[in-house]
Design a protein around this ligand. Structure first.
Ligand code: AMP
Length: 414
């Protein structure tokens, strides 16, 4: 489903485009319409499914038409400081073309931040992301005004309860107006979450995104490299790994074409599949691949779902797919039926964070393969340090240093 189908305002659409999101993920497809329709929602969705944008986009969209000066529009409560920072960065990216203001409020930082948070709370902010403890500290001081609140979002609710935040959450909720829209996200749905949902949500729409896990028998390996090392490594892997049929995935058709050109030049018998090919051409290429006449195929994600060729014993992700679900679908092309399979993923420096999110989604640390010494030094796998997020503003002439906390329409830098 394309984002154009949701009827978002042009400013929200710009944020989506700048973030390079093309299609909505399954959770977005299911969660966005009921939120836009004003319904409470309870969704089981893990990190890596695109759940953050699933609630941020419709919330931002509404606040753009319902902005009230000096009021807090949406309160997002999360279990950890890391998640608060991550979500606030997401907001930064997605709201870049809007006048919405936001602030992250979390513990563990210095007194100066507390003062800045206090000021923001007193002036109002469209979106607040907070950890429970820190928010309580501000509430206790008496200057927080939540009278205009339109949205309450509880993210990773199961983790919040595991961490003992139930009382804090209840205390915060007591300060909120009764008429508001509530959204609850949780990776798991144990009884205590259902009880919390019953207490907080009003006739919620329930959404269940069951993330399939790849079969255990697929041997997964990731290679941490610099981008220019990918092609030489791919050639080496394809020369040294025995396979009957191998499928190389790239996210963009341009990359598919380049990879094929390079591999043809290097002597591989390879074909390509992407959306530029007519249906008849695709079928003919797939036929040649299935019969073994062409053992190697490079493709975009149009092939990541559905194709069932049980001789595929090697999948290589030349880059990281858009979301965890696509990763599972891509590598699930191998080890069909009784067969075994190997899935290699080439992870460049700027893809480390995305790959880490996929590992979280799979609840599995994927083995890191040794890169042959002849390819030179490789980067360390250190996804948190390389954390990157949301919009690619730097490429669009925006101000990458723009402060996180933004004020009303007249004061933004664009
Ligand atoms: P989340 O599950 O919210 O932690 O998101 C996981 C990752 O997916 C984040 O890096 C998002 O920026 C990215 N993402 C979210 N929605 C989309 C989309 N529709 N297309 C591509 N990437 C997305």
């Amino acid at each position: 489903m394309r984002f154009t189908e949701f009827n978002f305002t042009p400013e929200v659409m710009e944020g989506i485009e700048a973030s390079n999101y093309e299609n909505a993920t399954p959770v977005q497809e299911q969660v966005i319409p009921p939120i836009m329709a004003g319904k409470d929602v309870i969704a089981s969705a893990q990190t890596g499914t695109g759940k953050t944008a699933a609630f941020l986009l419709p919330v931002m969209n509404r606040l753009l038409s319902n902005h009230v000066d000096g009021q807090v529009g949406a309160l997002i409560i999360v279990p950890t400081r890391e998640l608060a920072i991550q979500i606030s960065q997401h907001i930064e990216g997605l709201s870049y073309f809007t006048h919405l203001s936001s602030i992250a409020i979390y513990g563990g930082n210095d007194a100066q931040n507390f003062v800045a948070e206090k000021k923001a709370l007193q002036m109002g902010a469209d979106i607040i992301v907070c950890t429970p403890g820190r928010m309580i500290a501000h509430l206790n001081m008496g200057y927080v005004n939540m009278n205009g609140l339109q949205f309450l979002v509880l993210d990773e609710a199961d983790r919040m309860l595991d961490m003992g935040f139930q009382d804090d959450i209840n205390k915060i909720i007591k300060t909120l107006p009764a008429k508001r829209q509530n959204l609850l996200f949780s990776a798991t749905m144990p009884t205590k979450i259902r009880q919390l949902a019953r207490a907080i949500l009003h006739e919620p729409v329930e959404i269940n995104i069951a993330i399939s896990k790849p079969p255990e028998k697929i041997v997964q390996k990731a290679f941490i490299v610099y981008e220019p090392q990918k092609m030489p490594l791919l050639k080496k892997l394809l020369r040294e790994t025995p396979y009957k049929n191998a499928l190389v995935f790239c996210s963009r058709k341009q990359t598919v074409k380049e990879v094929r050109r390079e591999l043809v030049r290097a002597g591989f018998n390879i074909e390509e599949i992407h959306s530029d090919l007519e249906q008849a051409q695709r079928e003919s290429v797939l036929g040649a691949f299935a019969s073994g006449r062409i053992p190697l195929l490079v493709a975009t994600d149009i092939l990541s779902r559905g194709i069932d060729i049980d001789t595929i014993d090697l999948v290589v992700n030349y880059d990281i797919p858009g979301d965890g679900e696509d990763y599972v679908h891509r590598i699930g092309r191998t080890a069909r039926a009784e067969a075994d399979g190997v899935a290699y993923t080439l992870v460049s420096e700027k893809e480390q964070n995305k790959f880490h999110q996929i590992e979280q989604l799979l609840e599995k640390v994927v083995d890191k393969g040794a890169v042959p010494a002849e390819l030179g030094a490789v980067p360390e796998y250190n996804p948190r340090a390389r954390h990157h997020h949301g919009g690619n503003r730097d490429n669009r002439g925006g101000n990458p240093k723009k402060k996180f906390f933004k004020r009303g329409p007249g004061r933004t830098s664009r």
